[in-house]
Design a protein around this ligand. Structure first.
Ligand SMILES: [Zn+2]
Ligand SMILES: [Zn+2]
Length: 288
């Protein structure tokens, strides 16, 4: 069975995807590397072990600079909650649960990539790979879908009847640090993780998009939990991007700012009112 969106070319028409970039040395190296992978490994190995490798390598490479930031005095001026520095105890506590989640939840979830790619006959070849701006467009659509799912499910998780059974664990840290993004009850990892899947279920037209989306979602999630609002952060070029300060306030205040990536749902439902007041007060205090 083919992916409906792929087979009907709807997304190509919507985004105006083109399939080839002008050749350049970097592209030629990437092509050689990609073809080597396809020629030496089976689709099962690439979808399962390749996806796991992408996930774990991205986890280390994206978190490492944010972890190192706590040891650089110059960067402390960008820390959002300056009165709550990172502690080794908290970071070790988070890492232990995250390792458990990676082995028992993320690994079977990620290996499901093989079932998905076979069921929808998702291509792996270099020739069928969408161009970079098509991938960027799809990632934006996936972010919109995930953010919508996240907003409503996150609000439900804050309901008194459910909160203590599940979402309370994610709120252990009032001043989050990057890996705290994944510090959650296994049920929450599963439920909110579904939001990461919906977009790709509709838009996936190549393995590279599945991998690019996984990395993009991890990057966004670590960034908003990093505890640092760095200037010149390229993620702030994304229209309506919420950013670190926005989600940091959710951890600090507990109420409001339920979205993961964008600000529009909180604006629409007025759940960013306390955040706006807080920012205004901060501004006034600064001017005094
Ligand atoms: Zn919450
Ligand atoms: Zn959080």
């Amino acid at each position: 069975m083919e992916n409906f969106w792929f087979s009907s070319n709807v997304t190509e028409r919507v985004i105006g995807a083109a399939y080839y970039l002008p050749s350049n040395p970097l592209e030629s190296h990437m092509e050689d590397g990609w073809n080597y992978m396809n020629n030496h490994f089976s689709r099962f190995q690439i979808a399962c072990w390749g996806s796991l490798l992408v996930h774990e390598v991205a986890f280390v490479l994206l978190n490492l600079p944010l972890f190192v930031a706590q040891f650089v005095p110059f960067l402390q001026r960008y820390k959002v909650q300056t009165d709550k520095p990172e502690s080794y105890v908290d970071q070790w506590k988070a890492l232990k649960l995250i390792m458990f989640s990676h082995v028992f939840i993320d690994t079977p979830f990620t290996c499901g990539t093989y079932v998905f790619t076979e069921f929808f006959n998702i291509p792996f070849s270099w020739e069928s790979m969408p161009c970079w701006y098509s991938i960027v467009g799809y990632i934006f659509l996936c972010l919109v879908v995930e953010d919508t799912w996240h907003y409503f499910l996150h609000r439900i998780m804050h309901d008194k009847r459910f909160y203590k059974h599940c979402h309370k664990i994610h709120h252990t840290f009032q001043a989050p640090f990057s890996i705290a993004a994944e510090y959650a009850h296994p049920l929450e990892t599963f439920i909110l993780g579904m939001g990461t899947m919906w977009g790709i279920l509709f838009f996936a037209n190549h393995l590279v998009l599945i991998w690019a989306w996984a990395v993009a979602r991890m990057l966004e999630s670590y960034d908003v939990h990093s505890g640092y609002e760095f200037p010149f952060n390229p993620l702030h070029l994304i229209p309506f991007y919420a950013g670190t300060r926005f989600h940091d306030f959710h951890h600090k205040n507990f109420h409001g700012n339920y979205s993961s990536t964008f600000t529009w749902w909180d604006k629409l439902f007025g759940t960013d009112v306390q955040y706006k007041q807080f920012i205004e007060k901060q501004q006034v205090d600064k001017e005094k």
